[in-house]
Design a protein around this ligand. Structure first.
Ligand SMILES: [Zn+2]
Length: 280
């Protein structure tokens, strides 16, 4: 079948001709199971046009959604984790970091940068769940602290987008210290009267909820995001009672006074920039 073998090499499509989300690819919503063209789903800010399910997305998507023309300067892009405890579980921690970096193209579970959002200067830190469950270790804490320093120095508002399973077990106590470090920096931001907005996305739990995610001048969330400290199973077993319906959803948390408002991802940029303009 020689006619079936490609003899000539070099029939490649240049990168600029490749479309990021070509027509003919489909996205199936895990919530309502309905089908949407990938392209339409992307244009809809990765929310389902049928049921408004907000797909989990990474820092690349949030930066593209929020920064004008996707233009921003990334801060501390090359900061990577050490192995302070020589931690080994099913594999050694440095090997796990290397493997995750190779798989995700990320250096750690948060990216930080500054740019403009509808012409308002802003510093954004956004977590990536794909990187070891968005866990908060020394690098996450340090990058957030440094991004807050940038906010302080340049008097620009700070936006934190959280998405995390909590502290990073492989760094144990070092992870927990990040809660204190980031909270202390946020207190300085508050003293300088520089606005801090915290956006909680699905899921935001553990030490992240217990520190910077709940310390915003405004704590806001995407619809139906899971927000909590310990997981529902752990709580149920501890208190020996069934939990109320919708427990730990953004809507439940809002109703009980822990959130200021819930924002649809499609409106996120406009809502945030008008809020920051009002706070100026
Ligand atoms: Zn759906």
């Amino acid at each position: 079948m020689s006619w079936f073998i490609r003899k000539e090499k070099g029939i490649n499509t240049p990168t600029e001709m490749k479309r990021e989300a070509p027509d003919g690819l489909w996205y199936q919503c895990p919530n309502c199971k309905k089908i949407t063209a990938t392209r339409e789903h992307k244009l809809n800010a990765y929310t389902c046009p049928h049921c408004n399910y907000h797909e989990k997305v990474g820092s690349d998507v949030y930066f593209e959604l929020l920064f004008d023309q996707n233009k921003f300067t990334e801060l501390d892009a090359d900061l990577t984790s050490g192995d302070p405890l020589n931690f080994v579980d099913t594999k050694a921690y440095p090997d796990r970091i290397k493997a995750t970096q190779a798989k995700t193209g990320l250096k750690d579970a948060v990216r930080t940068g500054h740019g403009k959002m509808n012409d308002v200067k802003v510093v954004i830190a956004c977590m990536d769940f794909n990187f070891i469950g968005g866990s908060m270790g020394s690098v996450v804490g340090e990058k957030i602290a440094r991004a807050i320093n940038y906010s302080l120095k340049h008097k620009q508002p700070f936006l934190m987008i959280s998405k995390s399973g909590g502290a990073r077990m492989m760094e144990a106590g070092f992870s927990l210290m990040q809660m204190a470090k980031t909270s202390a920096r946020l207190a300085l931001l508050s003293e300088e009267k520089i606005p801090y907005i915290s956006l909680l996305t699905d899921p935001t739990t553990g030490g992240v909820t217990a520190s910077y995610a709940m310390l915003g001048d405004f704590n806001i969330s995407e619809p139906e995001a899971l927000i909590g400290f310990a997981g529902p199973r752990v709580i149920r077993e501890t208190i020996g009672k069934d939990l109320p319906k919708g427990f730990q959803s953004a809507e439940f948390v809002l109703e009980h006074g822990f959130l200021d408002f819930i924002v649809d991802r499609k409106d996120l940029k406009d809502k945030l920039s008008s809020l920051l303009t009002m706070l100026k």
